[in-house]
Design a protein around this ligand. Structure first.
Ligand code: GDP
Ligand code: IMO
Ligand code: MG
Length: 424
């Protein structure tokens, strides 16, 4: 006790890594419960930048236990690369554990991710091509390979041969792609298995015991609410549950453990990949936000689409996650943009207005954002340490977001560094 969840409230990249890193300083355990290396979480500390994909953002503190739960899909090649990169920078990974139930991303998953995107043509999702969807498909088809299998060579070889053969049929006969050399994969993955074996432990038990012994736990969300497979902009979503409720199934703990849920948002909106985006700006303001905010994907380097803050979206996130508080990052990026627009509702094709996020793509595509205009600011706020130090127009902007989203703003990000945060 206590156990806190940090989730993304928009389409990802809200600065969850930064918020987790700050809150991890006050926690004992940091847990990832879903997603895979499609995530890219940035932590900036004293001019040093760390980009984490699978390893929880608590890893930069040597004394925190970092856990990867059963709901995560883990690419062992990428993961061992991430381990080495941290070791080279003097970061210890001794306190890292992976649940034996976590599913393994295999080379055929990555190939199939690419092939199915190509097959979709113009209707592609714009995935990160990390094999995430195909790995979750196998999990639910009940033919996946899990971490327990990977670290047990005989079990692994048998499962890799039977699944690999089937996947090769799909790759070659459905998509006309090139078959995977299964024996070479087994050999390569046996080496990853040897490296990863010491990390495998029951994360459900470790989290439960940490909670019972009074430790503070942080659950680190990856992706975000609008990328949730059910409550996001389906089918332009990821294949897991980035919602707060996903934490319990993805870790193997009960909901009663959770004491506080924090949603992270940007002071504007971004999205990578395809799909609807009502407040998207295809103009110089959008370009300016992208340039000033450095809005390029942490994982794929793709330019992020940019737009005004959409309170309909964040209000939806407040509801589906049961948020106790919001962290609004990147307020500093809005400096010098002139008046700031906030979307307060959507106008429908029949002239009616709605202010709850619609459940289907068809409804969403007809929506036009209704904007409210707020005064902008030109002052450099990157050194502000308290809410009162912020220009009055910034304070009013935050207070209006609170009203519109129906949630208290507990933290405000004014720069990428660990220290550039205002807590209320
Ligand atoms: P995550 O996936 O939610 O962890 O976010 P990313 O790391 O993908 O993207 C967020 C980007 O914004 C990173 O480059 C962060 O360093 C940066 N960032 C986070 N908070 C702030 C902030 O308050 N101001 C500025 N200027 N940058 C921030
Ligand atoms: P973090 O944790 C932003 C997006 C992809 C694509 C869709 C499906 O850094 O916020 P996938 O590869 O998951 O099948 O792609 O989801 N996506 C993200 N966008 N941030 C992320 O993670 C994302 N993870 C997946 O761009 O639109
Ligand atoms: Mg990211």
């Amino acid at each position: 006790m206590p156990a806190n969840i940090v989730v993304g409230t928009q389409w990802g990249d809200e600065g969850k890594g930064k918020i987790i890193d700050i809150l991890a300083s006050r926690a004992d355990v940091v847990v990832r419960s879903q997603g895979g290396n499609n995530a890219g979480h940035t932590v900036v500390n004293n001019g040093q930048t760390y980009k984490l994909h699978l390893i929880p953002s608590g890893i930069l503190y040597p004394d925190k236990l970092c856990l990867i739960g059963a709901g995560v899909v883990l690419d062992p090649k990428d993961f061992t690369g991430e381990l080495s990169a941290l070791h080279e920078r003097g970061i210890s990974t001794d306190n890292l554990k992976i649940d034996p139930r976590a599913h393994v991303v295999m080379p055929w998953h990555i190939i199939l991710d690419g092939l199915s995107e190509k097959f979709r043509g113009n209707s592609d999702i714009g995935t990160t091509k990390r094999g995430i969807g195909p790995t979750y498909m196998d999990k639910y088809e009940r033919c996946g390979i899990r971490m327990y299998d990977l670290v047990n060579p005989e079990v692994f070889a048998e499962k890799a041969r039977s699944t690999g053969m089937l996947k090769n049929k799909i790759i070659t006969e459905v998509y006309g792609g090139e078959a995977v050399d299964i024996e070479a994969v087994i050999k390569e993955y046996n080496e990853y298995g040897k490296i990863l074996k010491p990390f495998v432990d029951d994360v459900s038990v470790l989290t439960f015991e940490a909670d019972k012994s009074g430790k503070t736990i942080m659950f680190e969300g990856a992706q975000a609410t609008l990328l949730d497979i059910d409550f996001g902009t389906y089918p332009y979503v990821t294949s897991s549950h980035p919602l707060s409720a996903g934490v319990c199934v993805g870790t193997g703990v009960g909901p009663r453990m959770i004491s506080n849920i924090i949603g992270v948002a940007k002071a504007y909106t971004t999205r990578v990949g395809k799909g609807p985006f009502p407040t998207e700006l295809d103009d110089e303001i959008g370009d300016k936000i992208r340039t000033v905010g450095g809005e390029f994907g942490t994982t794929t380097g793709r330019p992020r689409r940019t737009g005004w803050f959409d309170a309909v979206i964040v209000k939806h996130s407040v509801r589906v996650n049961g948020l106790d508080g919001l962290a609004i990052n990147k307020l500093d990026t809005l400096c010098g943009l002139g008046n700031l627009k906030v979307c307060v509702g959507y106008k429908m094709p029949d002239g009616s207005t709605i202010n709850n996020f619609p459940p289907t793509l068809e409804q969403l595509e007809g929506c036009q954002p209704i904007y409210e205009e707020l005064e902008g600011f030109t002052e450099d706020i990157s050194g502000c340490k308290s809410f009162e130090e912020l220009p009055v127009s910034c304070q009013k902007y935050i207070e209006r977001l609170e009203e519109l989203c129906g949630c208290h703003v507990a933290m405000i990000g004014v720069g990428p560094d660990r220290s550039q945060i205002i807590e209320r």
